[in-house]
Structure formats: structure tokens, C-alpha cells
Design a binder for this molecule. Structure first.
Ligand SMILES: Cc1cc2nc3c(=O)[nH]c(=O)nc-3n(C[C@H](O)[C@H](O)[C@H](O)COP(=O)(O)O)c2cc1C
Length: 481
């Protein structure tokens, strides 16, 4: 199903030119309307800021974390409407991701399940009670959920993205959600916390706790928040979604719930079956290039970066130093033994490529990024500017960036090992890495923007990948114009 969905939602020059245009009268609201009167107003947002300070999770630290995960960081007024930009970027600024949090035993907030309302930086009471044991069970007994006083729950409300992108919107919902949780992982650190995103959970259990209608809204990620120094026991093994066959072709509009359901995990889901797979793409055309990996400074700098980040809208034609490329890649891709190994939702599932256009002391071309060795393997020589321009729907961001990081998925191998769930997890992971790329570039004085609009076949042809590989995401980096 993933493969058929991927094919059905390919962009081609014809499909893009034939887009009927947007009808703003039918645009879904960017925020849910909550009728509950009871809310908990949080600290740590724009009106009640606080300096981070390592310590146990409390209401103030949770407020800071939620604000830097998905708070409103900019309001732009237009005639008759306000557009609220959030801490995480979003394809088309449609914000299909929603954020909930289950809290227990936390000073200042009663035990319960809450929706985060970013408009006034408050928690809306959905249910009172301790949902920890239920969530721990639905997370296959993950020890971090068992010990967490807060568990973030991400969902995607499909219609917000479908309004503009049709069935392809699901890809953006997942990428966006990955960006949101990429923020959460990084924003937890200055307060001495650790946020552990989990892509494996029993869908129906969590969905029923939130009373979600799975035709409209699906759970994407869970993320227990624990104290950084507290040891966490071993994580359960990755699971495999059972094969769902013979359901026929979903009609347009029904693709998203069908694919989301096909990736569902039940309580008795078996372990994923990892298998060795060949290195994809063209053979090396030169010597492997080692990269700089000096880590970015810790501390509150990341919170500052999240508050002031915006996606770069145009790049200048200045080259970036090679050291920047190395540090951005090292920061963004978690490695076993690295600073955030838990930020890898799907170890070994994504393949990473770097299109180098303007990096000092590095020959322009396409490179395969060997994440384990933190090195670039050259696979194609020559400037990728013209081809990236075309592949990214002729967006100038593609033409003018200094380098672009491309993530691809071997769908056939992924479905064999993880079932249809792999489609979801790979997109969530690419979004999470995308957010780390964005923030690392920003913190080093450069700019970045995700690109969800690309011609799938052109990019696959560029990377010499077969039809069973999916291009998942493109992140561009460069000097802002
Ligand atoms: C998954 C994803 C895909 C995106 N795709 C594009 C794109 O194709 N072209 C573009 O100019 N911006 C793209 N963006 C950037 C958004 O337009 C931007 O995040 C949004 O307008 C909100 O602005 P901000 O990031 O500055 O807060 C993308 C962002 C995300 C998260």
C-alpha cells in the first residue's frame, strides 16, 4: 500500500501544472475549538518567560518545553485574519500537527490528559486521571513511559494539509510532526530533561484515549519526558505491522486513513525483522571525504534559536565553509553513542544524500552520506544547481542553496522488515532530522528550509534509485539573501 500511495501521490510536471488552485473559503481552521472551560495557563511562553535551569520536571519546565516544541512564536496580521507561526515549521504553514500531553504527579498541574492550545499557551483539560499505566502498556512497556511525569502525544489532523496538497498531504503531516518532536528533543536539554520520541505504540489504544476519529486524525508519536540523569532501562525492540492485503484501491480522500491504518501496531505486534540490504545508488566516483564534527554548544542557545527561527525564503550565492556542512550533518543525524541516540526513530531505515552546490573546498556534486563514519562518498560530479531547481518544482531555494540534504527510503526492504509502518516512521524521522538540520544551520549563522514539493521521479533518477525507493524529504541550507 505504501508503494501504491507513493506512486499515486507523485508530483509530475503535469500534475503540478494542473493543480486547480486554492479555495480559501474551504480552508479548515488552523486550531481546534475547545469548548471546555477548564484550562491550565502555563509559564515559559511569550508572556511569562523563564530562564532554563536543570531540575525536576514541574509545571514551569513543562510550559517551556511545550512552547519551544510547538508554541506560537510570531503573529502576522492580515486584513480580517491573524496568521500564527509556530516554533516548528510546517509545509504551507498549515500546521496539521496537534499536540497533547498526559501528566501525572507534577506540581502545579492535576493528573490528566490535556490538549496544548498554543494560542494562549494553555492546557485544555480533556480527561482527569493518571494515564501513565495505559500509555506504558500501549508503548510496549517502554521504561521511559513508565517513569515519565509527562508524555507528549502527537497527532495529525489530515484535512488541514489535504485542503492544499490532496492525498500527498499525509507526507507533509508526518514530516511536520517530525519537526515538532525534533524541537521537543532539543528543547528538553537546557532544563535538564530528556524527551524520548517513540514511533512504535498501539495505535488504537492511544487513539481511543483521545477519542479520535481515525478517518480524520491519527496518532503520530509519543514522547515521554524524563529527567536527563535518570537511567532508563532497555527499550523494547522495534515492531512490525502485520500485512494488510486485498482491500482494493482507496479512493482519493481515503488514501490517508487507509495507509495510516495499514501501519497500525497491535499489542501483540511481532518484532521487526532487520535484514542487510545493499548500499543504494551509484558507485563511488572518488575518495571518501571525512567531515568536521565539533558539537554545537549546549545550554539555552537552542531555545533562543527555536524562538527566532524562520524558514529561509531566499539564499545568497555565497559558499558556506566545509566545516559548517560537517557540523550540521553531525548534529542532525543521531548516532549510537552520540548525544541523542534516542532521536533515531528508525535506525538504518533512511538513506541520506547531500547535493553540494556551494561549499568551500568541496567539489560540487552528489554525495552519499555515511552516517556511521560521518563521511561523504562522492557518487556524481558536477554542479547540482540546475537539476535541483527542476527537481524541486523550479523553486529557487533548490537552485540557490549551498547544499541540500535528501532522505530516501528503500520501501521494499522497509516494508519487509517493519511492515507498512515504515512509511510513517521514515517520514517522521526525516522531519525530526530536518528540524535538527534547520536549527544547527541557524545556530551556525546560516539559513535552512524544508522542501516537500519535489518531482519524485526526477530525484530518483538523479540518485539512480529504482521505483521501489521513495524520496522522503529535502532540506536546503545556505546563506540567507
Ligand atoms: C515538511 C515541510 C515542507 C516544506 N516545503 C516547502 C517547500 O516546498 N517550499 C518552501 O518554500 N517552503 C517549504 N517549507 C517551509 C514552510 O513554508 C514554512 O515552514 C512555513 O511557511 C512556516 O514558516 P516558518 O518556518 O518560517 O515558521 C516546508 C516546511 C516543512 C516543514
Amino acid at each position: 500500500l505504501s508503494q501504491r500511495y507513493q506512486d499515486a501521490t507523485n508530483y509530475t510536471p503535469e500534475s503540478v501544472q494542473g493543480h486547480p488552485g486554492l479555495d480559501f473559503r474551504t480552508q479548515p481552521a488552523a486550531f481546534k475549538t475547545w469548548h471546555q472551560a477548564r484550562r491550565v495557563v502555563l509559564e515559559g511562553g511569550p508572556s511569562r518567560p523563564r530562564a532554563p535551569e536543570p531540575g525536576p520536571l514541574d509545571a514551569a519546565r513543562l510550559g517551556t518545553l511545550l512552547y519551544h516544541t510547538y508554541g506560537v512564536t510570531l503573529v502576522r496580521e492580515f486584513p480580517g485574519m491573524s496568521l500564527r507561526f509556530r516554533a516548528a515549521p510546517s509545509a504551507g504553514a498549515l500546521y496539521p500537527a496537534e499536540l497533547y500531553v498526559a501528566v501525572r504527579d507534577l506540581r502545579g498541574i492535576p493528573d490528566g490528559l490535556f490538549a496544548y492550545d498554543a494560542r494562549d499557551h494553555s492546557l485544555v483539560v480533556c480527561w482527569e486521571g493518571d494515564f501513565g499505566p495505559a500509555l506504558e502498556r500501549y508503548a510496549f512497556g517502554h521504561p521511559a513511559v513508565g517513569q515519565a511525569r509527562a508524555v507528549l502525544v502527537g497527532t495529525g489532523l489530515y484535512e488541514r494539509s489535504v485542503w492544499r496538497y490532496g492525498a500527498r498531504g499525509y507526507r507533509r503531516v508526518l514530516l511536520d510532526s517530525g519537526h515538532v518532536f525534533g524541537n521537543a528533543v532539543l528543547a528538553a536539554v537546557p532544563d535538564g530533561l530528556r524527551c524520548v520520541p517513540l514511533a512504535d505504540f498501539v495505535d488504537e489504544g492511544v487513539q481511543d484515549l483521545l477519542l479520535l476519529d481515525d478517518r480524520c486524525e491519527g496518532v503520530t508519536l509519543l514522547a515521554p519526558v524524563v529527567e536527563a540523569h535518570a537511567p532508563i532501562g532497555p527499550a523494547p525492540a522495534p515492531r512490525r505491522a502485520q500485512v494488510a492485503r486485498g482491500r482494493g484501491e482507496p479512493q482519493d480522500g481515503a488514501w490517508i486513513p487507509a495507509l495510516h491504518r495499514a501501519g497500525k501496531l497491535a499489542l501483540d505486534a511481532p518484532a521487526a525483522q532487520e535484514e542487510a540490504r545493499p548500499v543504494p545508488g551509484p558507485a563511488a566516483v572518488g575518495a571518501t571525504v571525512p567531515l568536521a564534527s565539533e558539537p554545537l554548544a549546549g545550554g539555552p542557545g537552542v531555545l533562543h534559536a527555536i524562538r527566532r527561527r524562520r524558514s529561509t525564503r531566499a539564499y545568497a550565492s555565497t559558499d558556506v565553509p566545509r566545516e559548517v556542512l560537517g557540523r550540521v550533518l553531525a548534529h542532525a543525524h543521531p548516532r549510537p553513542g552520540g548525544p541523542d541516540p534516542e532521536a533515531d526513530l528508525a535506525p538504518g531505515v533512511l538513506d541520506t544524500w547531500v547535493a553540494v552546490a556551494g561549499v568551500k573546498d568541496l567539489e560540487p556534486g552528489i554525495y552519499r552520506y555515511d552516517t556511521g563514519a560521518h563521511a561523504l562518498v562522492p557518487v556524481l560530479r558536477g554542479s547540482p544547481r540546475a537539476v535541483l531547481h527542476q527537481c524541486c518544482l523550479w523553486q529557487e531555494l533548490g537552485r540557490d542553496c549551498a547544499f541540500a540534504v535528501l532522505h530516501t527510503l528503500d520501501l521494499a526492504a522497509g516494508v519487509r522488515s517493519h511492515g507498512e509502518r515504515v512509511y510513517r516512521t521514515a517520514h517522521l524521522q526525516a522531519g525530526l532530522v530536518g528540524q535538527r538540520l534547520n536549527l544547527a544551520a541557524l545556530r551556525l549563522g546560516y539559513g535552512a528550509s524544508g522542501i516537500g514539493g519535489f518531482f519524485d521521479d526526477f530525484l530518483r533518477a538523479l540518485l539512480r534509485l529504482g521505483p521501489d525507493h521513495a524520496v522522503v524529504y529535502v532540506t536546503t541550507v545556505g546563506s540567507p539573501a
